[in-house]
Design a protein around this ligand. Structure first.
Ligand code: NAD
Length: 350
């Protein structure tokens, strides 16, 4: 058995990755270390505990706690690091937890790997960074792996800190680290504070979809299943790629207005539900990555067509009220100012 430690797998991408990996790698035994913050949910991972009791286990704990992290790192061969504070809007309100989890948590993890013999070994550490570290993409081309990091939000800056810290540990200590910078994901199990699930649920409740500015900010959207396959490809990259970064994107740039219209279209609601609200400070105009490297070096390609993927995603949220009600109930308890910032808990009374 290959022993795989995955951090933050009670969240959106991590839970999708565990689901993918349990099927794709029958020889993997997975431990999920997650603190279950306002973005981590037992309901996302309980099916794995029931279906794969011998190959999946959950450990509740904080990535910043070395007493928790060290013994886990010691007993695993692969580490895939998703755990993060990931909500850009919340990082604008307060950034302390973002620096703590994303930078200090990564430092604790890397020091544990160092202490337990990962350097110059066959073991591997995959750091799931983000394309947000680049800040605005150029007008005339998507971001390349060699571009400077110019993060525009406290979230993105904390991820840039994580990303560069990981490179520093590779360069200094020969830790077998790989990093990925993926664009915006969509798919099932993304929490309703994020754009697509939020807009689906607001439309279903006949509430206005709040679009920042003029809705012209674009993102390069990728289905989470394509991201999971890409992470697997990078994890198994030939040894000469150690220390490198791989961009992951689907060449699918859409602005927020286009996304809003697609959602309303699939749900059969009027576009009048779109409401323009004042822009977010530091709002990035364009995120887009050039994925030529992962395509040519590792043979990965995105498979999910956007129109099909968004249609299925909208249907997933509409058809899973038990899921989103459980998520909202937990977030209302654990996120300070939830009623003022989101106010979704009022839907629980319906
Ligand atoms: N969502 C995207 O579009 C996207 C794109 C590129 C990269 N990423 C990166 O992928 C990773 C996963 O993103 P996501 O959207 O699934 O995030 P998410 O917010 O849905 O999940 C984060 C998970 O980390 C856990 N966590 C938070 N702090 C922790 C701590 N201190 N200790 C242990 N666990 C903790 C949470 O409980 C949660 O389960 C993040 O590192 C994010 O930066 C996300």
């Amino acid at each position: 058995m290959t022993r795989v430690l995955i951090t933050g797998a009670a969240g959106f991408i991590g839970s999708n990755f565990v689901e993918y990996a349990l099927h794709a790698h029958p020889d993997w035994s997975i431990t999920n270390l997650d603190r279950l913050t306002y973005a981590g949910f037992r309901v996302n991972i309980q099916p794995f505990e029931q279906t794969f009791p011998d190959r999946y286990r959950f450990v509740w704990g904080d990535i910043c706690n070395p007493w928790m992290v060290e013994p886990l790192v010691a007993e695993h061969d692969l580490v895939i690091h998703f755990a993060a504070e990931s909500n850009v809007d919340l990082s604008v309100i307060a950034s302390g937890e973002f620096v703590r989890t994303n930078v200090e948590g990564t430092r604790v993890l890397l020091d544990a790997c160092l202490k337990h013999g990962y350097a110059n070994s066959q073991r591997r550490i995959l750091i799931v960074s983000t394309d947000e570290v680049y800040g605005n993409a150029w007008q005339d081309r998507p971001s390349l792996e060699s571009d400077p990091l110019l993060p525009c939000s406290p979230y993105a800056a904390s991820k840039a800190g994580q990303d560069l810290l990981a490179y520093g540990y590779f360069a200094t200590h020969d830790l077998p680290i790989l990093r990925t910078r993926c664009s915006n994901n969509y798919g099932p199990r993304q929490d309703p504070t994020k754009l697509i699930p939020r807009f689906v649920l607001q439309a279903l409740h006949n509430q206005a979809l709040p679009v920042y500015g003029h809705g012209q900010n674009t993102r390069d959207w990728i289905h989470v299943s394509d991201h999971c396959r890409a992470l697997d490809a990078v994890l198994h990259a030939p040894e000469h790629h150690l220390g490198e970064v791989f961009n992951i994107g689907a060449d699918c740039e859409k602005n927020v207005l286009e996304i809003s219209r697609s959602i309303l279209n699939y749900l059969g609601y009027s576009r009048d539900l779109i409401e323009f609200v004042p822009d977010r400070p530091g709002h990035v105009r364009r995120h887009a990555v050039n994925s030529a490297k992962i395509q040519s070096e590792l043979g990965w390609l995105p498979l999910v067509d956007f129109e099909q993927g968004i249609k299925e995603t909208v249907a997933w949220y509409r058809n899973n009220p038990t899921w989103w009600r459980a998520i909202i109930a937990q977030q209302a308890q654990s996120l300070p100012n939830y009623s003022d910032v989101y106010g979704f808990e009022r839907w629980l009374a319906d």
